[in-house]
Ligand binder design. Structure first.
Ligand code: PMP
Length: 586
């Protein structure tokens, strides 16, 4: 006679927390072993770290039969989990199993604390296997989809997205949280940091989090059952869940940690694109794309014999939606666009673009590197297929980024990196791969960075992405008005209502590099060059621009410092050598 759920609860709750995990292990000792011939491949449960064989069968042929479950595993902890499942489900009718709140059992036994996320996936695999049989056998049942002991895996809804609303942002108080911005430099100045478009600075809480992980519990992820490993897994999954909520992904399983935007766009182009883009198909991008969302598609088009097409732009640097159908046709397989241009600042109408792409039978890939840090992003509302962004532009660390995909897109995309952690089964000649997100996370993750990315995103959520956006938009208006008064200064890109917090400009006769030297003398830190957008700069008819990009910590005083430094450069540098050709972007 096997143990019942009530008996398990009683024994478990009597134990010291230290002995509880041992108890879960010991629970499996009495589970009958499968004979070797019973360990059939067709009964293997996928998603498990260890081998698990599970068979669920009807014990009678009524409309709502009782179900018998037998299972075995080569890992003792999994045998413990099997015992819990059998205790909960055994002897119940199919309809009862479907309705049974199995997560309550998992919660009472604290499985979230005692088993790793990967094990929870395996447990979920077993639950899914039992439920699918129960659903099949009980046609009238209402399906609930319990999740294996992890709040981090709960689906997110729009209501759970933290967005702190209409509170205005106090930029001085925000700046005070950034040690790098509040320091006094060797020349007595404080930095006026206007290059957040390249990389944002990090608030103290993100720096502290990285330090906490390194100093207190660093270990590799998804490997060790010792306490550091378990803590790392929890922290990573918590970070994943924070990111999912921030962009309103339906589930944290749709969020993969990647090295950054560039790597992720390559993963999509060569993981999804290589499979679905064929000779003669079209890929549509725009001339305003960063090389990261340009060169992978260009190379994929060359490899597949497909055509790379460019959505027409208006003279002021927006996608010309009226002429979009000139290139977006039923031959288009992919529309790849940036949420916000890193030079023109243009905010592209993603929702409308997604609709147009889907109407044409294409998918839409969004390079969110410049939009996710500044604009509310709701991937479900936008209905985008893939969206990617980088940690270092959202106040987080370098070396980590995010791949979001619709569940079907992630399922159909192939991995492009193969190795540890991303596999399901490996044989001498064939391998099968894990479900997303593990499929896209081969090898050791940038663990500390991925955890601290969650802290950065939580920091943004606490400030409120709407508040950040409104603040930056105000700075954009003020800066545009102030810089426009400077004679000979040209700002590229559309009017402020179509833009994010980026101003790229040139001053007649003044090379951006010369200007940068004077700006730096005033500790006004901007970027100059082509900003990884050579085709766009060619279309603009200039080789380089100066770019000032704003973030939550910038103030009106920063803008005045920029304007004064530009005015000084104009009055001190002999001009006339660098005359920009006049060009539009259309
Ligand atoms: N896309 C855009 C729009 C960007 O601004 C950047 C960063 N400059 C990238 C892609 C590349 O991001 P990463 O260098 O983090 O891969």
């Amino acid at each position: 006679m096997l143990i019942t759920t009530e008996e398990i609860f009683e024994e478990f709750e009597d134990l010291d927390p230290r002995d509880q995990s041992q108890y879960l292990l010991e629970l499996g000792y009495d589970l009958p072993d499968f004979k070797p011939e019973e360990k059939r491949d067709c009964d293997l449960v996928s998603g498990c770290q260890s081998q698990v064989w599970l068979r669920a069968s009807a014990v009678d042929d009524s409309d709502d039969p009782a179900i018998d479950i037998v299972a075995d595993s080569d890992a003792q902890i999994v045998r413990g989990l099997i015992t819990i499942l059998i205790a909960a489900y055994s002897g119940r009718r199919a309809s009862e199993i479907v309705a049974y709140p199995i997560t309550d059992v998992f919660d009472r036994l604290n499985l979230r604390q005692y088993i790793s996320p990967q094990r929870r996936n395996g447990l979920q695999g077993m639950v899914d296997r039992i439920l699918s049989l129960a659903v099949e056998l009980s046609a009238s049942a209402v399906v609930m989809t319990p999740t294996a002991g992890s709040h981090a895996e709960e689906p997110t809804t729009a209501a759970t997205v933290t967005s702190a609303d209409h509170r205005p942002l106090d930029a001085d108080a925000v700046k005070a949280q950034f040690p790098v911005l509040t320091q006094t430099l060797e020349d007595g100045l404080q930095p006026v940091f206007l290059d957040s478009g390249a990389s944002a600075q990090k608030p103290q809480c993100v720096i502290d989090k990285e330090r906490e992980v390194e100093e207190q519990y660093f270990a590799n992820a998804y490997r060790g059952r010792y306490r550091f490993g378990a803590r790392i897994d929890e922290e990573l999954e918590a970070s994943r869940a924070i990111i999912a909520r921030f962009i309103n992904a339906a589930s944290p399983t749709q969020i993969a940690f990647t090295p950054g935007t560039t790597a992720t766009l390559n993963m999509i182009a060569f993981g999804w694109g290589r499979k679905f883009v064929h000779a003669g198909d079209d890929i549509v991008i725009t001339m305003m794309e960063h090389h990261a969302n340009f060169v992978p598609w260009q190379q994929l088009a060359k490899e597949r014999g497909a055509h790379l097409k460019f959505a027409p732009l208006t003279e002021d640097g927006r996608i010309d939606m009226e002429r979009l159908s000139e290139v977006l046709t039923d031959r288009t397989k992919v529309l790849a666009v940036s949420g916000t241009s890193n030079v023109l600042g243009t905010n592209n109408p993603l929702k409308e673009l997604a609709r147009r792409a889907h109407d044409a039978g294409a998918i839409i890939v969004v390079d969110g590197a410049q939009s996710v840090p500044h604009l509310p992003t709701d991937v479900q509302d936008l209905d985008v297929d893939f969206l990617v962004f980088s940690g270092h532009k959202v106040y987080g660390p370098t070396g980590v980024g995010v791949l979001y995909g619709k569940a079907d897109r992630l399922e159909e995309a192939d991995p492009i990196l193969f190795g540890g952690h991303m596999i399901d089964q490996v044989g001498p000649h064939e391998s099968t791969f894990a479900q997303a997100p593990a499929k896209f996370e081969a090898g050791t993750l940038p663990i500390v960075q991925a955890i601290a990315l969650g802290t950065a995103i939580q920091w943004m959520s606490d400030l409120g992405i709407d508040a950040i956006h409104n603040h930056e938009q105000k700075l954009l208006e003020i800066a545009t008005a102030r810089l426009s008064q400077i004679p000979g200064l040209t700002i590229y890109g559309p009017a402020t209502e179509h833009k994010g917090a980026i101003i790229s400009f040139r001053v007649d006769g003044l090379h951006p590099e010369d200007l940068a030297i004077v700006l730096d003398r005033h500790a006004v830190l901007t970027r100059h060059g082509n900003h990884c957008t050579m085709p766009l700069h060619q279309a603009l008819g200039v080789s380089a621009t100066t770019r000032a990009s704003f973030a939550a910590y910038n103030t009106e005083a920063d803008i005045e410092s920029l304007a004064l430094a530009i005015e000084e450069a104009i009055s001190t540098i002999p001009r006339g050598r660098d005359v920009a050709a006049d060009g539009g972007v259309g």
